[in-house]
Write a new protein. Structure first.
Length: 264
């Protein structure tokens, strides 16, 4: 059988915990064939981002054309796009190649480094959000995208009003659920809060799993539930001791543990 085809349009993490590397692991764990369009590289470890380099737009577009022309894409996700120029180029291509799309608005790395300047954020809101099947901000990102003050429901309404098909505002400390809003219905997606220091790549794993589930034909609500569950398990099985900062989540080990339980 041909597996679902999932594409990550994002940046490389030299430490292997987030970005393209995390997305490919999540795609594989979900039983999908993972593909990549690398828009930039980061010199990154568990503690910090030391440098970033954005690839030329022509190379980014060539990667998109190569994947779409030959293999095809059942669902795509975006991660850290690094510049306004890259966002415009990706959006221009996707306008001409409509695809179920998860937009993970990576505005800042978990280590605190800014990954998009205010101008690029405005371009993301204007050009990419209207193409999104679903956007997956955390609460801080949702406030920036919405540009308003309010509770999660008001933020979600504003993001959908900006053109997104739906939004999942992911929870965190103090929240017992993710909030899904599709323009009509609010759905609280229960989450398990896992205490652990291996959290690098959490957002990437969540959005990539969500994209993989959409590629498999799963409904949005069920895909969001699956993404929340897989992400919690990946944190629980995270690689503590990899590096001196927050270790990477481990969706592969979580998937293996789940498989062992099913086969006993």
């Amino acid at each position: 059988m041909t597996p679902p085809r999932c594409l990550s349009i994002a940046s490389s993490d030299s430490g292997g915990g987030a970005g393209i590397q995390a997305d490919l692991k999540a795609f594989a764990a979900a039983g999908c064939h993972g593909m990549t369009v690398i828009v930039g590289v980061t010199a990154q470890n568990t503690k910090e981002i030391l440098a970033t380099h954005v690839l030329p737009v022509a190379i980014i577009t060539a990667q998109l054309e190569a994947v779409y022309d030959d293999i095809g894409v059942d669902a795509a996700k975006t991660g850290a796009l690094l510049s306004a120029e890259v966002i415009d180029a990706v959006a221009d291509f996707l306008v001409r190649h409509p695809t179920p799309l998860v937009v993970d608005p990576v505005l800042r790395a978990s280590t605190g480094s800014e990954l998009l300047d205010p101008e690029a954020v405005e371009v993301l809101i204007r050009s990419l959000l209207p193409l999104a099947t679903v956007v997956t901000p955390n609460l801080a990102e949702a406030r920036i995208l919405a540009g308003v003050v309010g509770d999660r429901r008001r933020l979600a309404e504003r993001i959908v009003a900006l053109g997104a098909g739906a939004v999942v505002i992911t929870g965190g400390a103090g929240e017992g659920s993710d909030l899904l809003f599709d323009g009509t219905e609010y759905v609280e997606i229960p989450i398990v809060w896992v205490e652990g220091s291996a959290t690098h790549g959490t957002g990437c794993t969540h959005s990539a799993t969500l994209a993989a589930e959409l590629a498999r034909g799963t409904s949005l609500a069920e895909a969001a539930r699956r993404a929340a569950s897989v992400t919690a398990a990946a944190i629980d099985h995270g690689s503590v001791g990899i590096g001196e900062g927050a270790g990477p989540v481990s969706v592969v080990q979580a998937s293996g543990a789940s498989q062992r339980v099913r086969t006993r």
